[in-house]
Structure formats: C-alpha cells, structure tokens
Design a binder for this molecule. Sequence first.
Ligand SMILES: [Zn+2]
Length: 323
Amino acid sequence: MLGYNRCMPELPEVETIRRGLETHLTGRRILRVRVRETRLRRPLNPRKLRALVTGRRVRGIRRRAKYLILDLEPADHLLVHLGMTGQLFIGHPGRPPVPHEHVVFDLDDENTLRFADTRRFGLLEPVLDGDLERHPLLRGLGPEPLGNGLDPAVMREKTRRLRKPIKNFLLDSRAIAGVGNIYSCEALFRARIHPALQLRRMDEQRWRVLISELRRVLRQAVKRGGTTLQDFVNAEGEAGYFQMQLRVYDRQGEPCTVCATPIRCVVQAGRSTYFCPHCQTRRPRSAVFTKRGTPGNRARPLRASGTAARLRHLRTMGVRDSR
Ligand SMILES: [Zn+2]
C-alpha cells in the first residue's frame, strides 16, 4: 500500500535506495522525461530538466547526506531528495503508475525511473557541472558519518565550547551530515551517553565511543536494507524492508534490553528522544554500573568495572567484542 510515511527516510534508507538503483541505472541513457507535477519543495523547471537529461547517459549514482546525486555524462548532475514521502524507483515496462508519480524518465532498456511523492517535500533539481560543490543545499553539510571525516579529537575540539545537548548536535546536518533522529537515539544508547549531555562535557573518549557506535548502527541498518518505516518503498518499488531491531527508538515505557528500566521519551529540538535513564548517563562512564553494585563490586577498580559493564552491555545487545 502506498501512502505517506510516519517518518522520513534516513541515511540508511537513502543508501539502500542508492545501491538498489545503481545496478539498474549505471550506463543507461535517458531517452525522454515526462513531468506531471512541478510543485515540489523547490519548484521544478521542466524545460531545464529536459534540456539537461534528455539523451544523456547515467555515469553513476552517489549519496551525500540524504541527497542522491545522479552523475550524467559528461559532467552534469541531477540532485534528488526524498523529503518525507518521496520514492525514486525503477518501473518495469507495463507497470502502472503509482499515486502521486510526478516525474518519469524513460530509459533505453525500456524501464523507467520514477519519482513519486505524496506530500511533495522532496525535490528533483538539474545541476550543471561545477555548481554541485557550491550548491546551497550541499555547501554547508558536515562530514559523512560513514566516511573518514569524523575524528574524535577534531569533534572534541570543534564542540568543547558549544552550549548544546549532544542529541541536538547529532541532528544538525551542518555538524554531521544526515544522521537523523532514529539513529541518533540508537547510537547514544549503544554508547551509553545521555542525550541531554552538554557538548563541552563530551571528552575525546566519549566522542570515540559515540562515533564508533554511530557507524556501527548505520552500517547495520544499511546491511539490513534500512529500517521499515510503514510505506517506505525501495528502489524497485517493493514495500517492506527488513526491520532492524531498535533498542530505544519508539519504545517508550518498554523495558530496556540491558537493564529492564522503562525507556523514556523527551522532546529535544522538536524531535522525540528515546533513552534509558539508567544505562545512559551524564556522569563519567566508569561510575555507571557501580551505583547498584554490591560492596564487593565497589571494591574493584572503577576503570575495570566500567569496562566489564560495557562489554556486558554490548554482549547483551548481541555485539561481539571487537577489541
Ligand atoms: Zn538500561
């Protein structure tokens, strides 16, 4: 069934779509474009679009944050964002149009590339060669969480004077590109960091753990084809993704998978944050699991008990120790 999504596609969903489209699109020539609706997030100029893509071959498809970039021969681009309900997928010959199908590209293998978007927060924009890097939508984006641009020492230095909770920072695409709400919540839980922790209290070690957990959770989600988000549709237009197991997101009141404390939900920067008030702390990590420990536990060195607790935490979540 097609309708609108409760949540917008996040980075892993967009990456999954990119991978799905790559094999179908690379090397294909666009023969014709049909535009049925121009009122997208930014108005679409059909004349410009036709002039840029007609007769051009697709060199490949990239992702930057949550944008998809179709590279055309010899050097121009088509920039696509799915907004909240956008779908970009391959329609095989004879496949009837889906509702709200706004743009259709006829390909030289008789397939079509289709863009549908119920709520029209998505966009489709022709970009000339050389204009991509300074495009207003891409210019200010922070480093890719799955790339090599996220360094704990650099992040610590960048944020040591900022007065802002860590969760709000993770949602800011100028800080880190395209992490999104679900994966911010999940990474903070896995790193055992309280979402309201002030950035200046994020030392290098906390950054190291958070970056590593952020990458791990995003990679896991990409591997499983993005999290199921109601009517989300993959590159071939098939609804229904493999549901990734979420530990805190959308689990308010349910027991934490590590300590059974009910998961809490608060609103930060206008978005729901889910977290475990016991596992995720603002205090130094080594002190966390001694709180409810026996006197015997307390006698052990703090550092050792912190490490042991962390390993136990990871094992409970089915993560094998990689150190
Ligand atoms: Zn917990």
